[in-house]
Ligand binder design. Structure first.
Ligand code: PA5
Length: 444
């Protein structure tokens, strides 16, 4: 379904680069499929598009219908892997202006992904006078940002609807057995959905974590899972003829040749947030032990007028991966102007899609000429089935890529460092000695 074009990397790599990656990929493929590598206990996402909990899936669809019928807004509380996937899918499949362009269903606001009082108050103002529901999502149940946000929105709901009314508007997505949110949800009687043990945050978009908000936005989650399932079946087969092996091999060979940054480029503004999801996926999976391509993302053509300069002529550190959607949702033709003041009549009658295609083709060649290898990934349509396939493709290649780098692609030990310092500075019980040491450093 996805089509990978590697013709614009070969001039940057020695001949036989594919063959050189095969032994590592064979091992990586086995690690991913059979859960035999580092972090193998977190490979529950590998068979997820087929082996998901069907009873829970039906409950997700029912809950989404209820939210769509009784709420003008849905506040999705979560951070990192607990919100990026949902937002990426909703925006990519609808619009980055989803809240303005939606025809029916609730506006969706993402809270608990910052510690900004202004951002929090803005969402409160947007929802307080309309019927709204909350989906609080936290695997650990203890992450500060969403926990703080949930306190605030729970209180707001209880004030508006009473404790009993609020209960019917809170959906908790968390661990099946443990954690503070699980305890609270059990005690209060919220409808609960599960983040499976074997699926880490950044791999959880196809669990209830992503699916409930996505379904609440009116997106066909059956089609999303179906697309992921087709890709899963395709990629399960080992070999350099699969796009997953080719992509993982290409980016690893380019990394070994000295490239340090991979830029994900899209030509649809609606795709911008998918780049945020992709950055977490690759950044948290690969960026450890002093290794890994730094994942960045750009939106073309807008960023060609800003970052385009650096990409063309700055440090030669980059690999560019372009995601192109083959079909636009709508058409627009450029009108003729009898006066031709802007000199653009040579484009009269042309579609914007045609102009965008030439912009993309020209940019690829310019960047390749400027020393940036280019990987082109064509996606048939901006629809749920294709996006399910794209998500699974990146998850699978990320697993392979992590093992090629010889890191554990499924842990994120580095994320704890800031949390520990923040807890100490905030005076969390148990962090007293760190607090004193940190304050001394900050005051010196
Ligand atoms: O990928 C990850 O594990 C992280 O981004 C987490 O998803 C994020 O820190 C949120 O964690 P939690 O869902 O436990 O609140």
């Amino acid at each position: 379904m996805l089509n990978l074009d590697l013709s614009n990397i070969s001039s940057f790599l020695p001949g036989g680069w594919r063959t050189g990656q095969e032994p590592g990929l064979k091992k990586a493929h086995d690690f991913v499929l059979n859960a035999t590598g580092a972090g193998g206990e977190y490979t529950g996402w590998v068979r997820l598009p087929a082996d998901y909990d069907k009873e829970e899936f039906a409950r997700i669809q029912k809950a989404a219908e209820k939210i769509r019928s009784d709420s003008k807004a849905l506040v999705v509380i979560g951070i990192g892997g607990s919100y990026l996937g949902a937002r990426a899918v909703i925006e990519t499949l609808t619009s980055n202006n989803y809240n303005l362009t939606r025809k029916d269903g609730p506006a969706i606001y993402f809270a608990g992904n910052s510690l900004s009082a202004d951002a929090m108050n803005e969402i409160i103002d947007l929802v307080k006078d309309v019927d709204f529901s909350v989906n609080v999502i936290s695997k650990s149940g203890t992450t500060t940002e969403p926990a703080v946000a949930f306190r605030i929105f729970k209180a707001l709901l209880e004030e508006k609807y009473g404790k009993e009314g609020a209960k019917g508007r809170i959906y908790a997505t968390t661990d099946a057995k443990r954690g503070a949110l699980k305890g609270l949800a059990d005690k209060e009687g919220y409808e609960e959905f599960v983040v499976p043990d074997a699926v880490g945050g950044r791999y959880s978009v196809l669990t209830a974590v992503g699916l409930l908000p996505i379904a609440a936005a009116g997106i066909d989650i059956d089609a999303l899972m179906g697309g992921a399932r087709e890709e899963m079946e395709l990629l399960a087969k080992p070999g350099m003829d699969t796009p997953a092996w080719q992509y993982a091999a290409a980016r690893h060979a380019l990394y070994q040749s000295g490239k340090k940054i991979e830029i994900l480029a899209g030509y649809e503004p609606a795709f911008r947030f998918f780049g945020e999801w992709w950055k977490q996926l690759f950044g948290e999976s690969e960026g450890k032990q002093g290794k890994g391509l730094f994942p960045a993302s750009v939106e073309f053509t807008a960023d060609l007028h800003s970052m385009g300069q650096y990409i063309q002529q700055g440090e030669r550190l980059m690999v560019e991966t372009v995601v192109r959607f083959d079909c636009a949702h709508t058409k627009r033709t450029i009108p003729d102007d009898p006066e031709n003041v802007d000199g653009l009549n040579f484009l009269s009658g042309r579609s914007l899609a045609f102009v965008a295609e030439q912009a993309m083709r020209g940019t690829i060649l310019a960047h390749v000429d400027g020393g940036v290898p280019n990987i082109l990934l064509a996606v048939p349509a901006r629809d749920a089935r294709s996006l399910g396939a794209l998500i699974y493709f990146f998850e699978f290649t990320c697993g392979l890529s992590g093992y090629l780098l010889e890191v554990n692609p499924f842990d994120q030990p580095g994320v704890e460092a800031y949390k520990n310092n923040m807890y100490a500075l905030l005076g969390k019980p148990g962090y007293e000695s760190q607090k004193a040491a940190l304050e001394k450093r900050l005051d010196s």
